[in-house]
Ligand binder design. Structure first.
Ligand code: NAD
Length: 417
């Protein structure tokens, strides 16, 4: 399997077979604008000290300040954070948001920390990256294992450091601290809007359509709930401990309760299945909503689903693309399908700048409009160039960054002067 970053470059190359962008942009996108690695020391409750590795990467800021989440996970590393920040640049461009791409993280297992340790770690991370972030430069948000409370600690730490109230430095904050209505559900909502838009476009019935979802966290759980409520049959869901299956459809509310009370969906009664088996399950729609590279060249041929909604970032490794295309699997790509989160983060940032807060209905309606428009635009592009949806989304993103770069002059402009 190629490295995540090489995989990201492969997707650009696929798009460049269909459009031309200036060499200036190609060079600019070949590496991050800035990559910061920091030590994040944590004094444990029992007095021990552990120094974790932390990262913040600003990939590209052609379209606006960098934007992207902060992940707490043992596997966080420089390659992963760089790639995630690159994807954010592409995603913001596809969605027409005035942002570039950024990402951050700490290589830590937060499940091993007490609440007080987690707070200290969150604040120390901000101490270490404070010079690199800001409401006009680079704006973090939640990602895997970080949530509104963590964002609240981080925003508060930034306020302490700068001695100024700047809520727009971080999105995904608790509502009480300047968060937006609808941010917590935004990623699942957006993924659902993308699927719903495409189901209509394909003129497919929801009735009898089966769905399997890997990852039952913030994004996966909301998507599961919306699918079940709309009449899809959600036959399987999983989390890091494994999955559950019911061919008549699972009760999502009851699974959410089990997960909240017992820590895993596997504590629910019913047929159990592994995460590996979930990916190859004979369903209509597969939604990977956990981590990267769960579908690779090794298992792509066994994927039975006709549609994949990439709720996670990078769940399909680039070496699986060709097989999925050959097998007519329609992949609704991450840089579109999971963009609901960053879209409502954008709304939050706008509200913070104006100190004027929107009703939940307004947020929901504006998110829906943006997701439907972006999905239709990607699907139109796919038809126009006769390419898969991912390549179409990359074409759109690259063209936007190329146009913004051309506006200030590229090599072609200056060499002809
Ligand atoms: P989360 O921490 O709330 O949930 C992650 C879920 O994945 C949990 O249920 C966890 O048990 C499960 N999981 C972890 N390891 C797993 C494994 N090996 N196999 C199966 N399941 C596993 O995180 P989230 O915010 O829901 O994010 C999930 C994915 O969506 C990530 O790829 C993230 O980058 C992406 N995403 C999130 C947002 C957002 O706003 N939260 C926005 C865009 C993309």
């Amino acid at each position: 399997m190629p490295s995540l970053f090489d995989g990201a470059s492969a997707r650009i190359e696929a798009a460049l077979e269909h459009i031309e962008i200036s060499e200036d942009v190609a060079q600019g996108l070949a590496q991050p604008d800035a990559a910061l690695k920091v030590a994040v020391p944590l004094r444990h409750d029992d007095g021990r000290l552990t120094v974790f590795s932390g990262y913040r990467v600003r990939y590209d800021t052609t379209l606006g300040p960098a934007k992207g989440g902060i992940r707490f996970h043992p596997d966080v590393n420089a390659d992963e954070v760089s790639t995630l920040s690159f994807w954010m640049a592409m995603k913001c461009a596809v969605m027409g948001l005035p942002f570039g791409g950024g990402k951050g993280g700490v290589a830590v297992d937060p499940k091993q920390l007490s609440r007080a340790e987690l707070e200290r770690l969150s604040r120390t991370y901000i101490d270490q990256v404070a010079d690199a972030i800001g409401p006009d430069t680079d704006i973090p948000a939640p990602d895997v294992n970080t949530n509104p409370r963590v964002m609240g600690w981080m925003a508060d730490q930034y306020r302490i450091i700068t001695r100024a109230h700047a809520p727009g430095v971080i999105t995904g904050k608790p509502i009480e601290m300047g968060g937006s209505a609808g941010r917590t559900t935004a990623t699942g909502d957006g993924a659902y809007h993308t699927l719903a838009t495409m189901m209509e476009r394909w003129e497919r019935d929801i009735d009898g359509t089966t769905v399997a979802i890997q990852g039952f966290g913030n994004a996966g759980q909301r998507f599961a709930k919306l699918c079940a409520d709309a009449g899809y049959t959600v036959v399987a869901v999983s989390d890091s401990s494994g999955g559950v299956y019911n061919d008549n459809g699972l009760d999502i509310d009851s699974l959410a309760e089990t997960k909240a009370n017992h820590g895993s969906v596997t504590e629910a009664e019913g047929e159990q299945l592994s995460n590996a088996d979930l990916v190859t399950l004979d369903v209509d729609v597969l939604a990977p909503a956990a981590l990267e590279s769960v579908i690779t060249a090794d298992n792509a041929d066994q994927v039975a689903a006709g549609v994949i909604v990439e709720i996670a970032n990078g769940p399909i490794a680039s070496d699986a693309d060709a097989t999925l295309i050959d097998n007519n699997v329609a992949v609704l790509p991450d840089i579109l399908a999971n963009a609901g989160g960053v879209t409502v983060s954008y709304f939050e940032w706008v509200q913070n700048r104006q100190a004027w807060y929107w009703e939940a209905d307004t947020v929901a309606e504006r998110l829906n409009t943006r997701m439907v428009e972006a999905t239709q635009a990607v699907a139109d592009r796919a038809d126009q160039h006769d390419v898969d949806y991912r390549t179409a989304a990359y074409i759109m993103a690259l063209e936007k960054i190329d146009a913004a770069t051309a506006a200030t002059g590229t090599s072609a402009f200056f060499s002809n002067a």
